[in-house]
Design a protein around this ligand. Structure first.
Ligand SMILES: [Zn+2]
Length: 373
């Protein structure tokens, strides 16, 4: 019997690595053709891939993706400890370097194939026939005013229907996830590109980490599950669920997930869902209004806008917003900005050039939508 020379093993590892590299480059190149990605991936292959994964995961009441993250985490810690113990005994194994590099590439390829290509699509603007353009301060002011009107009138309906507004965490988040699912079901008549069956988000395993990482929800591109933080005020849940559902449906960009979440939630028959969405998007719009005025260094108009919004907002709306703000202030952590920085790098890597500001771009979309009407 002859022994296989060790060099052959390295050769095989190298070969696998270069095959992965070629595949990764091919996918990267494909990303530079948004119209093709939209037609063949986002509106073609992706819905099939999503349906397959929902078939596997939707009936399980907990997040399979979170469970997988925990298993991978424990495995990596085990590998790290093992390699630290054996560090002296082990000679540097060149084959291993090729193998690990190939695995990293494979993870990236799976990410891109299973969901990540949606970053390169034409997206919501194309589907709704609107375009992001530069907008004036007056357009933002008018949007803010409209949102205040919507907030006030929806809050009134909630009070009349004797619905409790949850400014603290709720015991059972499930009814709120159902509200979001129902909103998608109903919005289908207005937006025919939405699927027949709306998927449902799940509760995260990682509530205790939420303050440190600074998330309210996140999407798992491998299992196609949307997870929502459940230890936050109940008022937040319907909109965050609608936002994560948009990610599940292939709207990768944060501004588009905000836009779709808002458009779907505001079509809901349930005033609580509409209120949740108006409240969230009003925060974005008001921040944009204040930032624009601050940039003009016009302190009189700035203070005027602050007072104007305050005077126009219904007392109950102000109470709700204050309670929610207080909740998040109590839960603020010094680690969250670091984690936000990590997420921002991820967004840059996926050609989201606005980084964390891409959430705010929803304002540009809403103004474009208003102009279209
Ligand atoms: Zn998101």
């Amino acid at each position: 019997m002859t022994e296989v020379p060790k060099e052959n093993g390295i050769f095989v590892d190298m070969k696998i690595f270069f095959v992965c590299l070629a595949l990764a480059l091919l996918l990267m190149g494909f990303g530079y053709f948004p119209a093709t990605v939209e037609q063949y991936y986002s509106s073609g292959l992706y819905p099939v891939l999503l349906a397959l994964r929902l078939w596997l995961t939707a009936w399980v009441p907990f997040s399979i993706g979170d469970l997988l993250y925990i298993i991978v985490f424990i495995y990596l810690i085990y590998k790290l400890i093992r390699s630290l113990i054996h560090i002296k005994k082990e000679v540097v194994n060149r084959g291993k370097i090729w193998r690990v590099s190939a695995i990293i590439l494979l993870v990236w390829i799976s990410f891109k194939l299973l969901w990540g290509l949606n970053y390169d699509r034409l997206g919501a603007g194309h589907l709704l026939d609107i375009e992001q353009k530069a907008y004036s301060g007056a357009a933002v002011d008018s949007l803010v005013n409209e949102l205040i009107d919507s907030l006030n009138s929806t809050r009134k309906q909630i009070a009349e229907a004797k619905i409790q507004v949850d400014t603290l965490p709720v015991g059972n988040p499930a009814p709120y996830f159902t509200m979001a699912q129902e909103a998608y079901q109903r919005a289908k008549t207005s937006y025919p590109f939405l699927p027949k069956q709306a998927p449902r988000v799940k509760a995260t395993f990682f509530n205790p980490l939420a303050d440190y990482v600074g998330f309210t929800g996140y999407f798992n591109p491998f299992t196609a599950e949307g997870q929502v933080r459940t230890d936050m005020p109940g008022l937040e849940l319907p909109f965050v669920a609608c936002h994560e559902t948009a990610h599940m449906l292939g709207f990768a960009s944060e501004s588009e997930a905000n836009l779709m979440g808002y458009m779907v939630a505001t079509k809901s028959a349930n005033p609580y869902v509409r209120y949740s969405a108006y409240n969230e998007i009003f925060s974005y719009a008001q921040r944009e209004q204040f930032v624009l005025l601050a940039q003009q260094k016009d302190s009189v108009r700035f203070m005027g806008a602050v007072a104007h919004n305050k005077a126009r907002l219904d007392t109950l709306v102000k109470q709700d917003r204050k309670a929610v703000r207080n909740f998040f202030n109590r839960h603020r952590s010094s680690v969250a900005p670091i984690m936000s920085g990590v997420y921002e790098q991820y967004l840059f890597l996926n050609k989201q050039n606005a980084g964390l500001k891409s959430y705010d771009e929803v304002i540009g979309w809403l103004i474009a939508l208003k102009n279209k009407k």
